[in-house]
Design a protein around this ligand. Structure first.
Ligand SMILES: NC(=O)c1ccc[n+]([C@@H]2O[C@H](COP(=O)([O-])OP(=O)(O)OC[C@H]3O[C@@H](n4cnc5c(N)ncnc54)[C@H](OP(=O)(O)O)[C@@H]3O)[C@@H](O)[C@H]2O)c1
Length: 255
């Protein structure tokens, strides 16, 4: 099968220290991109940077230690990265947390942290990307959201809500920016084998993809100018069905 061409040469990946973000950063570099890796864990970022920079055929990587809850720091860090890369073509927001919540638990402190990381940080970073790309009349924004945003479910109400908020925010950005030549992709994976879901009981007969496969499918969709991508793609139809289930029935499903 032929590889989809990726048009980017300078990218930022926020949440690049593990999982899907790490896989996206490594793949972008393998295809010659200069990548800024952003997250909190410096040791992990440094290992990924060193791997990338050791490969002579790959692009290059720089690391930026940052907690996305520190939204005041974003504007200057964004400018620093854009200057260091000599421009920007792609901004990926992949940072996310999913604290475990018992069915009878309403943990406001963990919920607020989830809102700050999954949604507040996304807004701070992607607002910067939107302003820059709108001025340039070009660029690609990718938000790593989730199928969890398609409907509020029992298990983790605030995780669901942050992803629904992120989906709506990305839709709204696209409605502003599409006519200005900017691509905005809302990526909605199902379960992916990463640290985020460690210890969770997973559905037995559903295959759970590894992060590199999911990363490739998201970046391919962005390169093709798609608006929304479900990964795996058949989840689009499952979620269409899930959204169509009448509320009185949905309330009774342990879903
Ligand atoms: N795995 C799944 O089943 C699944 C399914 C659907 C959607 N997603 C979404 O995919 C995205 C990536 O998750 P993943 O599965 O790849 O999990 P992961 O391996 O745990 O990666 C999470 C990333 O978020 C970063 N992060 C967390 N808190 C942060 C903070 N305060 N500041 C900066 N960065 C922070 C982490 O970096 P540091 O800890 O180093 O800061 C890490 O790079 C998330 O948005 C998640 O919601 C995952």
């Amino acid at each position: 099968m032929t590889e989809t061409a990726w048009p980017w040469s300078r990218a930022v990946v926020v949440g690049a220290s593990s999982g899907i973000g790490e896989a996206m950063a490594r793949q972008l570099a393998t295809r010659g991109c200069r990548v800024a890796l952003v997250a909190r864990r410096e040791d992990r970022l440094a290992t990924i940077r060193d791997d990338i920079n050791r490969d002579r055929d790959a692009g290059s990587a720089e690391i930026f230690v940052h907690d996305v809850r520190d939204t005041e720091a974003v504007e200057s860090l964004f400018q620093e990265i854009a200057t260091m890369l000599g421009g920007l073509d792609l901004v990926v927001y992949a940072s996310g947390i999913m604290p475990r919540v018992r069915p009878d638990e309403y943990p406001t402190d963990r919920d607020i942290e989830t809102i700050e990381v999954n949604f507040g940080g996304a807004v701070a970073w992607l607002n910067q990307a939107a302003m820059r790309f709108e001025r340039a009349g070009a660029g690609t924004i990718v938000g790593v959201s989730s199928v969890a945003g398609d409907r509020g479910r029992r298990r983790n109400p605030v995780y669901n809500a942050t992803k629904a908020g992120l989906n709506t925010y990305l839709d709204a950005l696209r409605n502003r920016l599409a006519i200005k030549g900017v691509t905005v992709l809302s990526a909605r994976p199902g379960y992916v084998r990463t640290a985020l879901i460690e210890g969770l009981k997973l559905p037995r007969f559903v295959p759970v993809p590894e992060a590199p496969l999911v990363a490739t499918q998201i970046l391919d969709a962005a390169a093709l100018g798609q608006r929304v991508v479900y990964v795996p793609s058949w989840l689009r139809w499952v979620m269409l069905l899930v959204r169509a289930i009448p509320a009185p029935i949905f309330e009774r499903l342990n879903f």
